[in-house]
Design a protein around this ligand. Structure first.
Ligand SMILES: *Cc1c(COP(=O)(O)O)cnc(C)c1O
Ligand SMILES: [Zn+2]
Length: 483
């Protein structure tokens, strides 16, 4: 079967600067435009030749690849021709990323919210966030550069306190010898959990006194002056890999996007950019007939993109905001680096999907926490940003923007367990005041000690088991089994 072997199609890719419009060949490593410092998109100059294959044939090819055991085509590169068709099979790194499950909400949650929702669990990626989609693409590209240039070493660098460094360190540790990973973190500003992933992957973890922005400046200085690969979200190869989210959603719903709404939390705005770009490519190739509606979601504590789109189209002016603490910590960004990309794709998206096919919803911290707790009490595994997606859908319903006949697909961008500290604060009612979260005390959940440890000392082993079991019986009000 032709589709099971690695595709023979190759494109011609160029970096395209959204600031000054200059183009650069993709066989060189660029992070931002050397001319103006603007952010890049990657453009396939031979994209139109893909149109010689009709949409239904592409659908059949991608559906067949869903069964392949060729690992190069098993993850995000199932959609090879649409993403980075300059890579060779031997370059592709696959660690099980992509193809994350879409889980329809239970009837109970549907009744509570009055909404038809489904979570796409991007926390079920290898490092437990969607960042793996982008890293799989960026590291595959790096391997192609190493091969083509015969480099004996390349240093990958990122400034991060969370999911980006976890993903970068994981892929670097697999990709091996020539690739060394360095993560630069603000000293004392990261939790043990945030540190554990890059440390466990064997990355060099460097601490800088200061905040995230200080680390970012150091990293950009390195990128300007040394041969290092910068993996923060300005990296255009990451955006390409993240388009796979859109392809997977479309494929899961049999390429029918009518009546579907996608809710995505916005931080640096790379993810929402990639999702819009992905759906536009599918539409351009006739693989889908309609684009879904896309809703970005932002907390009132970090909402520059919401503010921009809340203004009338003639009055819009982008202004960074000063952020205040947010439970959606991975999206707590006042000056998103990918904002020019959002503007670029939002315009194209509306041209295809009509006015209001792209919107940004603002939610409160309270709504985010309540929604996360609600989702997880109904069988989901949403992180706080995943809670933000559900909060966004509920808010959109209040505003009359969606109804129960539509399906709201909610992005849980990371696994619940990465952000579990916020659940603890909710249950223990210990949020610092700046968060502006008052927990619903009826939802508090805590372990209960059944029996005193000193009784264990006093009783024989058999007595202890019986005594403990009796306390459990009393607590649960169990009835004896009739014989
Ligand atoms: C990075 C991240 C975000 C924000 O995504 P952007 O692409 O920066 O908008 C949201 N949630 C999680 C869990 C993340 O790691
Ligand atoms: Zn430029």
């Amino acid at each position: 079967m032709q589709s099971m072997t690695f595709p023979s199609y190759r494109g011609t890719m160029e970096y395209f600067c959204l600031g000054c419009g200059k183009r650069y060949p993709a066989n060189e490593l660029y992070y931002t435009c050397p001319e103006c410092g603007g952010v890049f998109l990657l453009d396939n100059l031979d994209f139109d030749t893909l149109k010689q294959t009709p949409g239904h044939e592409w659908r059949a090819i991608f559906d067949q690849r869903a069964a392949t055991k060729n690992t190069a085509l098993r993850g995000i590169f199932r959609f090879y021709e649409l993403m980075a068709p300059v890579l060779e099979q031997e370059d592709i790194v696959y660690l099980g990323e992509g193809n994350t499950p879409t889980i329809e909400s239970s009837p109970a949650l549907r009744a509570e919210t009055g909404l038809h929702t489904a979570y796409k669990n991007d926390g079920q990626n290898p490092s437990a966030s969607f960042k793996d989609r982008g890293m799989a693409c960026a590291f595959s590209y790096l391997r192609s550069l190493i091969r083509a240039n015969d480099w004996d070493q390349i240093l990958t660098v990122c400034a991060s306190t969370g999911d980006t460094s976890a993903a970068a360190a994981l892929y670097a540790s697999y990709a091996g010898d020539a690739i060394k990973s360095v993560v630069i973190l603000p000293q004392g500003k990261v939790t043990a959990a945030q540190l554990s992933q890059p440390l466990g992957s064997g990355a060099t973890v460097l601490e800088v006194p200061g905040v995230f922005d200080d680390c970012m400046k150091v990293v950009e200085h390195l990128a300007d002056n040394y041969r290092v690969a910068l993996l923060n979200s300005k990296n255009a190869w990451r955006i390409l890999g993240q388009e796979s989210y859109a392809y997977e959603v479309a494929q899961w719903f049999d390429w029918d996007m009518a009546g579907k709404c996608i809710f995505v939390p916005i931080g640096n705005a790379g993810n929402i950019t990639a999702i819009m770009a992905g759906f536009l490519k599918l539409h351009d190739l006739g693989i889908i007939d309609t684009v879904p509606r896309i809703f970005g979601v932002q907390s009132h504590h970090a909402d520059p993109v919401y503010r921009y789109y809340a203004a009338d189209s003639g009055q819009r002016k982008f202004e960074p905001v000063a952020v205040t603490p947010s439970v959606a910590q991975a999206a707590m960004i006042g000056n998103p680096v990918s904002f020019p990309r959002v503007r670029h794709f939002a315009e194209r998206f509306e041209a295809v999907g009509g006015k209001h096919s792209f919107q940004v919803i603002q939610v409160t911290e309270q709504m985010i926490m309540d929604a996360m707790i609600q989702a997880n009490r109904n069988g989901h595994i949403a992180c706080t940003q995943g809670g933000e997606s559900l909060a966004g859908a509920k808010r959109a319903k209040e505003l009359g923007l969606v109804d129960e006949n539509e399906l709201c697909i909610l992005d849980s961008t990371a696994h619940h367990l990465k952000f579990v500290d916020f659940q603890t604060m909710y249950f223990e009612d210990s949020f610092p005041a700046e968060f502006e979260v008052s927990p619903d005390r009826s939802l508090a959940n805590a372990p209960e000690l059944v029996i005193d440890p000193e009784e264990k000392e006093r009783l024989s082993a058999a007595e202890y088991t019986t005594a403990t079991a009796e306390r459990v019986v009393a607590k649960l009000g169990l009835q004896t089994r009739s014989r």
